[in-house]
Design a protein around this ligand. Structure first.
Ligand code: KG4
Ligand code: ZN
Length: 340
């Protein structure tokens, strides 16, 4: 028998993007994101402002997602929302809206772990996109997370490595800030790096045991290096921006690749799926492509709109939970930190 059509409205509001999506089974009908530009002037996300902007954005964003999908709310089968991890004031806006709408429509409510969603985004049905097979390794890299996860099936995942301090996106953004670039600086470092020499300025890689990461030492090394060079030549950054960015990016990629190689060696798993905003980085994408030939890996990089924070990824987890009837009642609580 064919599966009946399941329509999920998904809401994501864990940090500074207000997002809503509508899925029909594992296909995305609409995926709407409102970015909050207000944070740029502060050089980072301001939690109170994020929460207020979510309150302003959530109704128009959900409305746009339903209209784009051409779905009436009465047709919805369930509502999925991000339970955590994230900023509490931001999470509460999404969860309150999801709870009240599910109650009003008399349909199930589904709580989703944001980190599971980054990983399971690979199971969104897209033409021409191969899905990984279980078990696979997921490298989740964003402004808030850096993890290597062994994914055994949809709901059995194990973190085998993670950052002990800054996330890799923070390493990009904080390095960019030292160079005087605006927030978020990751995409700009990527842009200038493409024009520079990655071996121009060698930065020492941190020594962290096993599969864990550390990026705070690299940030400090870059800061001291720039301060020293600027004393000799006040125009050092302007004159060497491309080479500095290429060298920083090269070091970060080496750190990630060293740990991935170790993870493959320890687990014997050669399928690598990446997710999170930093997976947009051109250097990381190229290096992973080359690793397919070099090490016999099979790598999976989702469409850009499914790698940064979005609600379609919440919807695909919602769909899997719907199939296993894994529902919540209105007493479910948001969690800034959440057990994997
Ligand atoms: O997943 P995301 O949109 O939000 C969360 O942090 O959860 O990731 C945002 C992060 C920022 O740190 C941003 O600088 C980084 O992803 N980023 C990049 C690139 N595009 C986005 N970092 C390096 N290269 C890029 N092309
Ligand atoms: Zn995220």
């Amino acid at each position: 028998m064919l599966n009946p059509e399941v329509f999920i409205l998904a809401i994501e509001s864990s940090c500074d993007d207000t997002a809503a999506a509508v899925l029909c089974n594992d296909k995305v009908l609409s995926n709407v994101v409102a970015n909050q530009l207000i944070h740029t002037q502060y050089g980072g996300v301001v939690p109170e402002l994020a929460s207020r902007a979510h309150q302003q954005n959530i109704v128009p964003v959900i409305d746009a997602a339903l209209k784009k999908a051409n779905i009436q709310k009465e047709q919805l089968s369930a509502i999925a929302f991000t339970q955590g991890p994230g900023l509490m004031g931001s999470l509460l806006v999404g969860s309150s809206f999801a709870k009240s709408t599910a109650l009003a429509l008399g349909i199930p409510l589904i709580a989703v772990n944001h980190m599971h969603a980054h990983i399971l985004a690979h199971f969104i049905d897209e033409e021409g996109y191969d899905k990984p097979e279980f078990p696979f390794l997921a490298l989740t890299i964003s402004g808030g997370h850096t993890q290597i996860v062994k994914v055994n099936n949809f709901f059995d995942m194990q973190i085998i490595g993670e950052t002990t301090d800054d996330a890799v996106g923070e390493a990009f953004d904080k390095s960019a800030k030292i160079l005087g670039l605006p927030y978020p600086g990751g995409p700009l470092v990527d842009k200038y790096a493409q024009l520079g020499n990655p071996k121009a300025f060698p930065f020492t890689k941190p020594k962290v045991p096993r599969l864990d990461f550390s990026f705070s030492g690299l940030k400090t090394a870059i800061l001291y290096f720039i301060q020293k060079e600027k004393q000799k030549n006040p125009n050092f950054i302007d004159e060497n921006l491309n080479d500095i960015c290429a060298s920083i990016q090269h070091t970060i990629i080496q750190i990630l690749m060293d740990k991935l190689k170790l993870a493959v060696q320890e687990t014997g798993i050669k399928q690598i799926a990446i997710g999170g905003g930093v997976s947009a980085n051109s250097g990381i994408r190229n290096t992973l492509k080359k690793a397919e030939e070099k090490y016999g890996w099979k790598t999976f990089v989702p469409k850009f709109e499914y790698t940064t924070d979005n609600a379609a990824m919440i919807g695909i987890v919602g769909y899997q939970k719907f199939l296993s009837q894994n529902f919540e009642n209105a007493s479910v609580v948001s969690k800034a930190r959440i057990q994997f």
